[in-house]
Design a binder for this molecule. Structure first.
Ligand code: PBG
Length: 324
């Protein structure tokens, strides 16, 4: 059918028509809210490059989690900044480590929100890399053991799901086996399967104090030029026992999200990363963009590309606008 018989504008006439034919929906159900835990009490330190986002001590973190729950957000994703960093990331798996304390604090006060933990070592190593160093390089297999211990310590503290993000080969299988052996066979794994070496993590590295002391992460995170390789990474993670797969970042990888949705049938997450958040915030502060509309359009686009869930610093703001 062609114009003038077919006039697409007929169904765009008003909001009721538009709502009726809308193909993609976005709700608080789709959102996961990342939080940064720091030691101490009454700490709420703004992250300059991420307006509205803070490093918080556990007391504030619990309050913020309660607010997220009240807005209808089903899950938070925890990152921790330890009191001290060392070569071997001992803060990552300590029973009284910062993330472990944050999990217990949230579980005690806000029991019915889901707590997901990021399992990586870059916030805990003095050199800022995501694994154990051997002759100046990140060693894959010795890192696996540390990641397993970290994931198990999160589960012991009460985490509902773990999210390994170190991009070490074999990390999902190793963590699955470790969790099962420790009696956590019902704790799922959300795998950062296709995680790119992206400049859009810049503001996060301020938030998590995890800038690498030398070099960069290109020897373990993926090359932005590759999409077939992302499918191979996801295939590996599915085979190793991932329950949810992830593409990260989201915005400049919408094509990868779409492919992942088409080629795999596991639930798919996308990480709307710090730089993607900061760009919109900065443009809105300058008065160059309508920040609310840019946020909703962005989140809708990530859903339209195929993501079932979106990890985003916009979660509370978006949930508030979207209603429960
Ligand atoms: C840990 C990790 C990073 C992010 C999530 N987990 C940083 C990195 O890999 O450098 C980035 C999140 C964001 O930018 O919002 N490895």
């Amino acid at each position: 059918m062609n114009y003038p018989d077919y006039r697409p504008r007929r169904l765009r006439k008003n909001d009721n028509f538009r709502r009726m034919i809308r193909e993609t929906n976005l709700s608080a159900d789709n959102l996961i809210y990342p939080l940064f835990a720091v030691p101490g009490t009454k700490v709420k330190k703004p992250i300059v490059s991420m307006p509205g986002i803070f490093q918080m001590s556990v007391d504030h973190l619990v309050k913020e989690t309660q607010r997220a729950k009240d807005l209808g957000i089903p899950a938070v994703l925890l990152f921790g900044i330890p009191e001290k960093k060392d070569e071997i990331a001992s803060g990552a798996m300590a029973a009284d480590g910062i993330v472990q304390r944050a999990i217990r604090g949230i579980k005690e006060k806000v029991p019915d929100i889901m707590v997901i933990t990021d399992v990586c070592l870059c916030e805990y190593t003095s050199h800022g890399h995501c694994g154990m160093l051997d002759k100046g390089e990140v060693d894959n297999d010795s890192t696996l053991e540390v990641l397993v211990e970290t994931a198990v310590s999160h589960a012991k503290a009460g985490a509902d799901m773990v999210a390994p993000s170190a991009m070490m080969d074999g990390q999902i299988a190793a963590i699955r086996e470790g969790l099962d052996e420790a009696g956590f066979e019902t704790v799922p794994i959300m795998a950062y399967s296709a995680k790119y070496a992206s400049c859009f993590y810049g503001p996060f590295r301020e938030a998590a104090e995890s800038v690498p002391a030398f070099g960069d992460r290109r020897a373990y995170q993926m090359d932005p030029a590759n999409s077939d390789e992302a499918m191979r990474e996801i295939t590996l993670d599915v085979g190793e026992g991932a329950d949810i797969i992830m593409v990260k970042p989201a915005l400049v990888y919408l094509d990868v999200i779409r492919r992942a949705k088409e080629e795999f049938d596991l639930p798919l997450a996308a990480y709307n990363v710090s730089g993607e958040f900061s760009m919109i915030k900065a443009a809105a502060q300058m008065g160059w963009l309508d920040g609310e509309r840019a946020m909703l359009e962005t989140l809708t686009a990530i859903r339209r590309a195929g993501a079932d869930m979106i990890i985003t610093y916009f979660a509370p703001e978006a949930a508030k606008l979207l209603g429960k």
